[in-house]
Each structure stands twice: as C-alpha cells, then as structure tokens.
Design a protein around this ligand. Structure first.
Ligand code: C2G
Length: 320
C-alpha cells in the first residue's frame, strides 16, 4: 500500500485546500492528513486562525479525501509520523517549495502547485484587519523585530520613525518598509500600533505620545525607568482601552510558560529558592557595559532573570 501524508491548518476550508487534498489522495492508496493543533499554530506565528481544531478536522473529513486524520502538535513531528506510520510520500503545496527537503531522507517529498487566487489569509481579511505596525528607533533590536515579524500572520510592519531622518531612511531601505519619517504626528497617522525600540530614557515619552494618539504599544524593556512612570503609562492605557505591553520575550516562550506550569503544579515540591542567570559575551562600548547610559546591564538584562522569580514567588518581597 502506498501511504501519503500531508499537513495543514485548513482554516476556513476553501477550494485551494480541496484541490490539494484531491491531488494528494491521487498520489497513493491511503491519505493521512495532519491538522495543526491550536497551540502549534500559535507557536509558529499563525495568530489569527479563526476555526477551532475540531471545526478544522470536520472540514477536512467533509472533503471525503482523508482516510485518516491526525493532529500535528509540535515542530519535528513530521519525521516521527513518517517513520511510525511507514509513509511513502509526503505532499505539501508549492508555497513550501524546498522547505521540507529534509524529509527526503525518510520518504518521497512532492510539492504540488498551489491554487492561485485563494487563501485563508484573504478570507480572514474580509472580517479582520491586518494590524499595521510602525517602529520607533532603528537600531539593532528593531532589525530583529522586522525579521521575526515576517513569521507572524495578521501584522505588517509599515514604517519607521527616528528623529535622525538619515538613520530612519537607511533602515527603511534595508528592511524594505513603506515609509521613514522624523515627524511623530505623520508617523502615528499611518499606523495602528507601535513597537518602541529606542534608547531607554526615551521610552516613557514615546509611550505616552503613542497612547495619546490612540495607538497600541509594544515597548522594549525596561518599559520606563521608574515605577511611577510605569504606573502612569499602564493607568492611561487601561483608561483608553489600549494595549501596553513590555517586550520581555521570554515571558511568551512556550518552553518558559510550560516550565512555570510544571513548577506551579508542585511537581518538584514547594519552590523555596530560584537561581537565574543571564550570560552574554560582550565587547566594546555597548549599552550593557555603560552605567551612564540608563543603568547599564541591570536595566538592559535584569528583567530576564527577575522574570522567573516574580512569576513563581510574586512581588510581595520583604527585603530587596
Ligand atoms: N494550499 C494550496 N493552495 C492554496 C492554499 C493552500 O494548495 N491556495 C495548500 C498549502 O500549500 C498546504 C495546504 O493547502 O499544503 C494547507 O494550507 P494551510 O491551511 O495554509 O496550512 P499550512 O500553514 O500551509 O500548513 O505543518 C503544517 C504545514 O507545514 C503547512
């Protein structure tokens, strides 16, 4: 028996999906379809899937092409499935061309021409706007943010603000954005959310300007330099029903969240003591080593090591 496997989210099932499943089935005798779990989609940046896993499985079953449906739950599962189920052919649409060549070690890999003119993304856009994001600051971290955001559906990085227009222009060219500006009012008029990656001492000012312009804010850590400023900013955002989020990426890493759940479940007993460290090889005249630049390594990195302590032991400390 020639066993074929394919994977997908199959959100808002459309004829592009049906076409794919039909041709996949025709490549063998038995078709297995792996439907992505909600948490796996979140992890791989598909943040705006509309239908639940159960609905999406029903969609696939209703096509009549699947002999068996399984759930895809984690990165790396494909190799495991192929070996366990003795798969002969792995099939996927041509939008993934080349991406699954690593599976050739285990079975045949076939990329089928993607059906043009239809996608779940386009169907979703009828009801949900793409969030247009502008970046304040155009340094080292901002660059990484643009790169990473390409994996996230439902958002688009539109442009960049920097009071130094030459730097903004250069960033715009390099990252292929729509616009660069040194005028904050113009900047806010072109976007609906802001990512702030400017020097620490400018965070609070930009946060308040953005909130006052009615924009949601994601700001690099430390959010501000004093507790008072932080409280002011959060109060204002709450009042205006705007999102204000500090960009401590560890807090949103699935592995970190999982570790917290395990620790809180009592699996290793009562937590009495937490040791956390952050190691980094640095050289030169950089922020981490410059106390004169808003606190040096404490403001730059301590949020990472404080995070597990605060999450597990809370903030009611007796002595600091
Ligand atoms: N597809 C297609 N034509 C379209 C849209 C999608 O042929 N117009 C194909 C995709 O190439 C994929 C399948 O339909 O093979 C499912 O697409 P999605 O639901 O978008 O799932 P995807 O994110 O591509 O899942 O492990 C998951 C897989 O790696 C890919």
């Amino acid at each position: 028996m020639n066993k074929v496997i394919t994977y997908g989210t199959f959100d808002l099932l459309h004829y592009g999906h049906i076409n794919l499943l039909k041709r996949a089935k025709a490549l063998g005798d038995y078709l297995i379809v792996g439907v992505t779990s909600d948490s796996y989609d979140l992890e791989r940046g598909k943040l705006n899937v509309q239908q639940s896993l159960l609905q999406r499985i029903d969609n696939v079953r209703a096509t009549g092409f699947a002999d068996e449906i399984i759930v895809e739950e984690f990165e790396g599962q494909k190799i495991f499935d192929i070996q366990k189920m003795g798969i002969n052919t792995f099939v996927i649409g041509s939008d993934w061309e080349g991406k699954f060549d690593y599976l050739k070690e285990y079975c045949d890999v076939v990329y089928l021409e993607r059906t043009r003119g239809i996608s779940s993304t386009a169907l979703r856009q009828k009801d949900y706007d793409i969030v247009s994001i502008g970046i304040i600051g155009s340094g080292r971290i901002a660059k990484r943010f643009v790169k990473e955001s390409k994996y996230v559906s439902g958002v688009n990085i539109e442009g960049v603000f920097n009071p130094n227009i030459t730097s903004a222009q250069k960033f715009k060219e390099q990252e292929e954005l729509q616009f660069a500006t040194d005028d904050l009012k113009d900047f806010f008029s072109m976007i609906s959310a802001v990512y702030i990656a400017s020097p620490h001492q400018t965070h609070f000012g930009y946060i308040m300007e953005a909130l006052k312009a009615g924009k949601h804010v994601l700001c690099e850590k430390p959010l501000t330099l004093t507790k008072q400023e932080t409280m002011l900013a959060y109060d204002y955002a709450r009042k205006e029903k705007l999102v204000l989020l500090e960009a401590i990426k560890t807090a949103y890493c699935p592995a970190f969240k999982h570790m917290l759940l395990l620790a809180k479940s009592g699996r290793i007993g009562n937590i009495k003591d937490i040791e956390a460290s952050f190691t980094k090889l640095v050289a030169g005249n950089i922020r981490e080593l410059r106390v004169d630049m808003s606190g040096g390594s404490i403001n730059e990195l301590s949020s990472y090591v404080l995070l597990p302590i605060v999450k597990l032991l809370g903030t009611e400390y007796k002595k600091l």
